[in-house]
Write a protein that binds this ligand. Structure first.
Ligand code: SF4
Length: 329
């Protein structure tokens, strides 16, 4: 199956102000520092990592809301890295974003009808078509047509996120990038919104990139999971396999922090020392070496590449995880 989205060595660096007048090198914040992955049609790829690891920036670069510093983005086989103007406008139909904050992402002065039909108007859909589509979208996200003339403040957090989801589906996109879509919601509401997103994926043939820091939620919804640390992917693979057998020490530490549903299932929590280093001044070699319990001298000197570490394609970027070489058939 061909990939819907493919990313090759994608980078997003932000220039910073130099703190010394005569410094030779201009300081940069390396939010995304060379990531490569692909998403197949209908798949959900979860992207996890601590706050500040660059996952939300990566999502915004993929949607071309931010220009990449380097690397290439392919959508349905087309190189969209340098799309601008009309090409970019057409692309917006096919790639949409669900925002984290359902309070801030809706315009308080617009009714729900105005909010959801706005993208349709931009693409010159006629009134009859807009009304038909609005009614269907409200229905599929679990709202009623009498909600149309209400304003965002009249809804709960879960309902607002449903409105945000309806808006993101207004143009029938193929790829939806979900940036922490449930982290601002109460735990009791999170499951409802996740279930809704799974139903919508089946109904509209959607492909998701699901960005989150809650690993339980990501496991539930994702087919594959990518783990990000300081702008790089450190592990990627099938969700069930990666959660059952994490090979990278950072993934192991993240997974050890997930609370067990059954108290009798005890596991040892791996506590990482220190905070996430600054992406403006990342450690040399393996960027995780300052916090890794297994770091050795080579980790300070050499950057580990992502390599295949299981027969079903799991990849890990650690010097001490053994590479599996696929035999040619
Ligand atoms: Fe830890 Fe070294 Fe592996 Fe990095 S390369 S994860 S520092 S053991």
């Amino acid at each position: 199956m061909t990939n819907l989205l493919e990313v090759k060595n994608l980078k997003k660096h932000f220039p910073l102000k130099s703190d010394t007048l005569f410094s030779r090198e201009k300081p940069v914040l390396k939010a995304v520092d060379g990531i490569s992955f692909a998403i197949k049609p209908g798949e959900t790829l979860g992207l996890v990592g601590e706050s500040g690891c660059g996952k939300s920036t990566a999502g915004r670069v993929l949607l071309k809301l931010l220009e990449p510093t380097d690397g290439e983005i392919f959508f349905k086989g087309e190189n969209i890295t340098n799309y601008k103007g009309e090409q970019l406008r057409k692309l917006r139909r096919e790639m949409q974003l669900i925002f984290q904050d359902p309070y801030a992402s809706l315009n308080p002065r617009k009714t729900i009808e105005q909010t959801i039909t706005e993208p349709m108007k931009i693409f010159n859909m006629d009134k009859h078509e807009r009304t038909k589509k609005l009614n269907r979208l409200l229905d599929v996200v679990g709202l009623s047509s009498y909600h149309k003339q209400r304003y965002p403040h009249e809804f709960s957090g879960g309902q607002r996120q449903r409105i945000g989801i309806a808006r993101s589906l207004a143009l029938e996109p193929e790829l939806v990038i979900c940036d922490e879509p449930v982290s601002a919601l109460d735990v009791s509401i999170q499951a409802q919104v996740i279930n809704l997103m799974e139903d919508l994926q089946d109904e509209f043939d959607l492909t998701y990139m699901f960005i989150a820091h809650d690993l339980s939620v990501v496991h539930h919804i994702s087919d594959r999971v990518a783990v990000m640390y300081l702008g790089n992917l450190v592990e990627i693979g099938d969700a069930d396999e990666l959660y059952a057998n994490p090979t990278h020490p950072y993934t192991q530490a993240l997974l050890s922090a997930i609370p067990e549903a059954r108290p009798e299932n005890t596991k040892q929590r791996i506590i990482l020392s220190g905070d996430l280093p600054s992406p403006a001044n990342p450690p040399t070699g393996c960027k995780f070496h300052t916090r890794c319990p297994y770091a050795e001298e080579i980790c300070r000197m050499e950057t580990p590449e992502l390599k295949t570490v299981s027969t079903n394609g799991q990849q890990s970027a650690c010097h001490f995880v053994k590479e599996v070489v696929e035999e040619e058939v």
